[in-house]
Design a protein around this ligand. Structure first.
Ligand SMILES: [Zn+2]
Length: 319
């Protein structure tokens, strides 16, 4: 086996060409440190792989940043690895391709989802969340890998984990996709020695009866046939308790009533009326329904459909 296969291709690791200038190498190292450095905690990423990647980046930088060591390294004439492999490697960690490395997004901002109940959304709440920072080990950061391996603080990983609890104060009126920005509560950025921002995205737990549409709350309530025909007052549940709602005579199935101010933060409650037929009826009721049917003035409610179809046929248009 060729012993050179065990050697790392440092140009490949930094994603630069072997002809790259010192400045290009430095820029690549800086961008990669931003992505994989100890100050970065990417969700769903394996910390060990992240650490391994970061150490490779540091090793590559150490060799290529120094003209003498770079010259020596170049003499080994290592085979270059396919760039597409590098791209997939980066994509695996960052969910992006290497083009994204050029954009300088705020790497120390941390975005997290926060699920709350509908009640908490309406009334407000305080939520405690646990966050973990990966800080650079101050004992050995910027030291050579050989010295770093002997570090008693981080045992050579170059990173220290630090757990903290943050309290998120939610005022009344949180709604889905609402984003709270908590300045200085995000990831720790070792370059500037301060935290980025914490971005909290609100999600509302499904409720068995109410749904949330933006800031409006929606629900469906059943009414009897007679209530729908005669109209009147019906009691309905709202997020803040039972209220009486007026429905118009001849309220059609599926009609939506808007109740102002009963949604989130002064938005509305949208009540869809659903006509519910009886599951059982008495003999008296059946007699009345038969009478009603015989004396009905409504006519055939399907006649409009047939009229339309007939017009289409005259136009010699198929269904
Ligand atoms: Zn250390």
């Amino acid at each position: 086996m060729d012993p050179r296969q065990n050697l790392k291709d440092y140009y490949y690791i930094l994603g630069v060409s072997p002809e790259a200038t010192r400045e290009e190498i430095e820029e690549a190292f800086r961008l990669l440190s931003d992505k994989f450095g100890p100050h970065v905690t990417l969700r769903n990423e394996d910390p060990e792989t992240m650490e391994k990647t970061y150490r490779e980046i540091c090793d590559a930088w150490e060799v290529l940043s120094d003209p003498t060591s770079r010259q020596q390294y170049d003499k080994n004439n290592l085979p270059l690895v396919q760039k597409s492999q590098l791209r997939s490697l980066w994509g695996k960690f960052t969910g992006s391709n290497d083009e994204d490395l050029k954009t300088k997004d705020s790497v120390s901002d941390l975005r997290i989802p926060l699920e709350i109940s509908l009640k908490e959304a309406i009334k407000g709440t305080n939520k405690q969340i646990k966050l973990e920072d990966t800080l650079a080990c101050q004992q050995c950061f910027r030291k050579k890998p050989v010295e770093r391996a002997k570090c008693g603080s981080c045992f050579g990983s170059g990173m220290i984990r630090n757990e903290r609890t943050e309290t998120i104060v939610l005022p009344p009126g949180s709604y889905p996709q609402m984003e709270l920005r908590l300045a200085g509560k995000g990831k720790f950025d070792t370059r500037v020695q301060k935290h980025g921002d914490l971005l909290v995205e609100i999600q509302i737990q499904p409720h068995p009866f109410f749904a949330v549409l933006g800031r409006d709350i929606t629900c469906t309530v059943p009414v009897t046939v007679t209530e729908a025909v005669l109209g009147g007052e019906i009691d309905i549940p709202t997020a803040s308790g039972r209220v009486v709602m007026k429905i118009q005579p001849l309220t059609q199935h599926g009609r939506v009533y808007r109740l102002k101010g009963l949604g989130i933060a002064g938005a509305d409650l949208l009540v869809t009326v659903e006509v519910s037929l009886p599951l059982q009826i008495s003999g008296d009721e059946l007699t009345l329904f038969r009478k009603l049917h015989e004396s009905s003035t409504q006519g055939n409610p399907r006649s409009e459909i047939f009229a339309k179809l007939s017009r289409l046929n005259q136009d010699k248009t198929e269904i």
